[in-house]
Structures are given as structure tokens and as C-alpha cells.
Design a protein around this ligand. Sequence first.
Ligand code: UDP
Length: 248
Amino acid sequence: MKPVFNRILLKLSGQALAENGQFGINSESLISISKEIKEVTELGCQTAIVIGGGNIFRGITRDDRVIDEITGDYMGMLATVINGLALQSCLEKMNAITRVQSSFEMRQFCEPYIRRRAIRHLEKGRIVIFVGGTGNPYFTTDTSAALKAIEIGAEVILKATKVDGVYTDDPLKNKKAKRYEFLTYKEVLNNDLKVMDNTAITLCMNNHLPVIVFNLFRKGNLKQIVCGKGLKTVIADKNSTIFKREVS
Ligand code: UDP
């Protein structure tokens, strides 16, 4: 199988590292995700990752009697660093070469985010894990994924979820829910489809950056998606090449 992308940005939510809806980091989840990622890099696809922190701390879940909103967001951003280091460690135990870059300085633990250096790492086949979100409160790691993908020239954002794409309703609750094959950014925004937050989708739209929503928990699926196969929802401009490729 040959990858159809040269450089991807994989967005992982923190929850992907946890056991089914629970908090913290689950070893088995970490191992299976790392295997998927390593497989893709072995195909020669340059892989950058933005990881969330929701499995440890989410700003919005704070108890604001004790933790104020902005501090909650700082804590959420710190949570992404913990996840990034866990992912790095697991990938390196599988002999993958990785670098973690943080939006804010954590120089004892990882590199600071430097765009040119990140690109160089990718060109050398290293997996780059971006942590720390945007470095600003009031944002999400989805927005960070959009920003980083644009900055490093990724061809696509692969948004990992538990289901095969975007549906008309929650497919885990409603068996009649239908999956969208393609959506434009405007359709996502206008129908409030909650794929990513509006800031992230708007950034993608303004920069013509396609997003593929797919199921990371299907074994081998990341490889399928990177090779242009597998079930998914594509979000793109109507006239984008990826859009055309799928329709034809
Ligand atoms: N966060 C933030 N600024 C950012 C990214 C994240 O303040 O640029 C905080 C925010 O509190 C968020 C938490 O970090 O709830 C964890 O990120 P997110 O919810 O995006 O993680 P995910 O849902 O992907 O695990």
C-alpha cells in the first residue's frame, strides 16, 4: 500500500489514551495507538501529532469555586504535555524516533515549538508530537491542530474518533444514524456538526486544509486512511483535489 499523503497531522484527543470513557492513561490504548502510528511512518508518510488532554484535565470541567477558568485552561494544556510524553515513550519503546515540541517552554522535558525545526524533524522521518495546545487559554487542541497543520504544511488533518466519521446522529446510540461521505466546511459550521470547534474549522476553511474524520480504534485503519482507503468523512472545499478524488 502506498500513502496518498506526504505529510499528515494526526489529531488525537486525550481520551484516545484512556480506557473507554475513563480518566488517565491506559497502557493497552497507548500501545495500540503507537502501533498504528508507527505503521504509517514506515510507509514513508511524515507524521506530526497534536494530542489533547481531556483524559486528565479539561478546563471546562473545572470546579470554578476553586479553580478559575484561565487556570483550568493552563492545567488542561499541561495535561497535553503528560500525554505527549507518554506517547513519545511508548513509540520509542517500539524503536520509532520522535520529538516532542511544546507551545510553551518546558525545556527540561521537551523542545520548544520551532516551526523550521519541526519540519526538519519530519523530513528526517521523525514523528513530531506537538503538546501544549496553542499555549493560550480559551482555545482547544483542535484549534492547535489546525494551526500546526497549516504552519508545517501538512496536507490533511486526520481527526481520530471512535466512529467512522461524521454522522447525522450519534451512531453509538442511534443505529439509523447515517455517515456523511463528504462535507464542506460551511456545512459543518452551518449545521453545527461539532466535528471540531468552529475556530478550528474556520482556520481549515480559510487555508483550504482538508480534514478527514475516521475511526482510530479499528485495527490498521490509520494506514488505510493514509493510503486513501477506509470509511471516513472528508471535510474539504467542493473543488479540492481530495474531494474530487473521492467523488470520481
Ligand atoms: N486548552 C487551552 N488552550 C489550548 C488547548 C487546550 O486552554 O490551546 C485547555 C482547555 O482547558 C482544554 C484542555 O486544555 O479543555 C484540554 O484540551 P482539549 O479539550 O482540546 O483536549 P482533548 O479533548 O482533545 O483531549
